[in-house]
Design a protein around this ligand. Sequence first.
Ligand code: SF4
Ligand code: SF4
Length: 98
Amino acid sequence: MKTSGWKGLPIGGLILEGGTAEQYKTGGWRNIRPVMDTEKCINCLLCWVYCPDSSIMVENEKIVGFDLEHCKGCGICAKECPPKVQAIKMVSEAEFRG
Ligand code: SF4
Ligand code: SF4
């Protein structure tokens, strides 16, 4: 991908190849982050299905964390977690700054 100023951009700003979002660490946009309570999670994987940034990390059919380099903090995962479970809460990034 060309990144050398505006002259390097494709005409019309077209995206000419797939998977380009992975190259950008969009997690820097986030002001809240998802935090999961592993005791509550029933591993239904609904959060994984709905996350628009593929930022739910799964191993052996279980949620193991969030890809915070790409998670934008949209909160969809917390919203889609079943109401009776509510294993994800969104927490201000300020709480994680040293
Ligand atoms: S907050 Fe949004 S981007 Fe981040 S893991 Fe949840 S659904 Fe994905
Ligand atoms: S939606 Fe909630 S219960 Fe289901 S896997 Fe995600 S965190 Fe766990």
